[in-house]
Design a protein around this ligand. Structure first.
Ligand SMILES: Cc1cc2nc3c(=O)[nH]c(=O)nc-3n(C[C@H](O)[C@H](O)[C@H](O)COP(=O)(O)OP(=O)(O)OC[C@H]3O[C@@H](n4cnc5c(N)ncnc54)[C@H](O)[C@@H]3O)c2cc1C
Length: 480
């Protein structure tokens, strides 16, 4: 029987990144994915012949020399994906009490544009920008050293967003505007550690990009590069357990009983799922299992996908955030080249699993009429709210469909449809930081639950995981 150098569980962004790096560096790699296609949250779907992105709306730090650009260049995928740079002076509009405020790209530009609305806070904005830049630089430096975050070295881990922002900014409205995009990190200002806000926001301020033709272009290009380096990506292969011999991971077993042997295993799943895949013989302590099972998860989302009538609604090359009891984000998919009008608009808002709990025993497509009614009524609420800032929206709608926490649970298997994995809490910095080298010999962790979610956060962790296996030299090769 063949023994791979590395078997990777999950072909979402994390699994494909790790596989690309390791196979490029000469290791034999197999990626095992339960779904029918790879990509995880990057996977698209089609309705009426139109390709719709299920989740990912934009990616940060893609200007020449920035973090994601260097990484994608190392994997040779920059020229394989049609990245679209968003509006420089307003890549996001934050609506607060019906009034729009711009978030601009470039640190100085960001300060300039918001200072026009809050002239007396210019110094405060400069201080805020310095703080998020510093945290991001520090984090990249720690990847270079192969260290990841540590609560000793990173003050931002132990301070909530609210407190950190108010130490620079005294205007309450401006404080709310700066967290106006909190949906992208499921932020709760009083709980979320500042580094989550800082790294995510800083990455988008550096530069923000959409993807024409579907975000899946990124994961498809990665899957291709894995194959070009001799690696394998197998879909429809759900892993049931991690095989252990002498307290070391030696492979994985599928639900159909197939055993795939490997010198090392990387799991990109939620740590609780990973822990449950490891049997008693691993020697994992009960206290560790309990700690992982008690980790609180980030909330889920409701996503409304709207296919628009032809040439009816102008494409906006930015995202819109509406503050309110629950935040709402409107994002436009880049239209085919040359068109000024959008084909697809997505509206997302956080939703707790409890809202769909009563259908939790159902399967996709078989959840019943009352579930469809629930989704339809909730969609109406979102359209009404979005209409406040997009007057033509309703009359431009051709077709709608939606995803609820059940959709995410069933398609990517996240516990209760949690969208960003483990919820980070400044009160418990140590328990929400899991090292990439697990407590089981030869079993490594990656994916959005380990350090930070999102494209940048997941990539950050993939680099740490691969450095643990290959040594730090690999990060230096990327010129980070
Ligand atoms: C609505 C929404 C919008 C978002 N928007 C953005 C955005 O605009 N920008 C951004 O940067 N980030 C965004 N994110 C976050 C980003 O998509 C994720 O953080 C990232 O894609 C997670 O990648 P991952 O590989 O860790 O996890 P996943 O994508 O969940 O990959 C895990 C994979 O493992 C597979 N799997 C699960 N169980 C098994 C098993 N037993 N055996 C084999 N395979 C298994 C799953 O099917 C999945 O493919 C968004 C997320 C959501 C939900």
């Amino acid at each position: 029987m063949r023994t791979y150098d590395v078997a990777i569980i999950g072909a979402g962004l994390a699994g494909l990144e790790c596989a690309s790096i390791l196979s490029k560096e000469g290791m034999s790699v197999i990626v095992l994915e339960q779904g029918a296609i790879s990509g995880g949250f990057f996977q698209p779907f089609k309705r009426r012949g139109v390709l719709i992105d299920s989740s990912v709306h934009y990616i940060g730090s893609l200007d020449k020399g920035q973090f994601m650009e260097r990484f994608f260049s190392y994997l040779n995928i920059m020229n394989k994906v049609d990245f679209v740079r968003m509006d420089n002076d307003e890549f996001e509009t934050i609506y607060l009490d019906g009034k729009p405020y711009p978030m601009a790209m470039g640190h100085l530009n960001f300060v300039d544009k918001l200072s026009e609305h809050f002239p007396s806070e210019r110094r405060g904005l400069e201080k805020y920008i310095d703080s998020i830049k510093k945290i991001s630089l520090f984090s990249i430096e720690s990847v270079r050293r192969g260290e990841g975050f540590s609560s000793d070295s990173l003050d931002a881990v132990t301070k909530p967003v609210e407190l950190a922002i108010s130490s620079s900014i005294s205007d309450k409205r401006l404080q709310r505007i700066l967290t106006g995009n909190s949906i992208i990190y499921c932020g709760e200002s009083a709980l979320t550690p500042f580094y989550v806000h800082a790294m995510t926001t800083n990455s988008y301020i550096e530069s923000s990009w959409k993807i024409r033709g579907g975000a899946s272009g990124v994961t498809e290009a990665m899957a291709e590069s894995v194959k070009s380096y001799g690696g394998e990506v197998r879909c429809n292969t759900e892993i049931k357990s991690i095989l252990i011999n002498n307290m070391r991971a030696v492979g994985v077993e599928t639900f159909t009983g197939e055993k795939i042997m490997a010198k090392r295993v990387i799991s990109t799943l939620h740590p609780d799922l990973t822990t449950k895949m490891v049997g008693e013989e691993s020697g994992l302590r009960e206290s560790y299992r309990r700690r992982v099972s008690e980790l609180k998860n980030s909330t889920s989302m409701f996503c409304l996908y709207i296919i628009l009538k032809r040439d009816s609604l102008e494409y906006l090359n930015k995202n819109i955030h509406i503050q309110g009891e629950s935040p709402l984000m409107i994002s436009f998919q880049p239209p085919l080249r040359g068109s000024l009008y959008a084909d697809v608009v997505t509206i997302i808002t956080p939703m707790n699993f409890s809202e769909v709990q009563k259908w939790s025993n159902s399967k996709p497509g078989l959840r019943g009429d009352d579930y469809l009614q629930f989704k339809s009524e909730f969609s109406e609420v979102l359209i009404n709210r979005a209409e406040e800032v997009l007057a033509n929206l309703r009359q431009s709608i051709d077709y709608t469909c939606s995803a609820s926490p059940l959709t995410f649970r069933d398609y990517v298997k996240t516990p209760q449809g949690s969208v960003y994995g483990v919820m980070k809490d400044y009160n418990k910095p140590l328990s929400t930081f899991l090292p990439v080298k697990s407590r089981v010999e030869n079993l490594y962790l990656a994916g959005q639950s380990v350090n930070l979610h999102g494209v940048m956060g997941v990539t950050f962790t993939s680099l740490l995981t691969c450095s643990e296996i290959l040594g730090n030299g690999v990060v230096n090769k990327m010129g980070l």
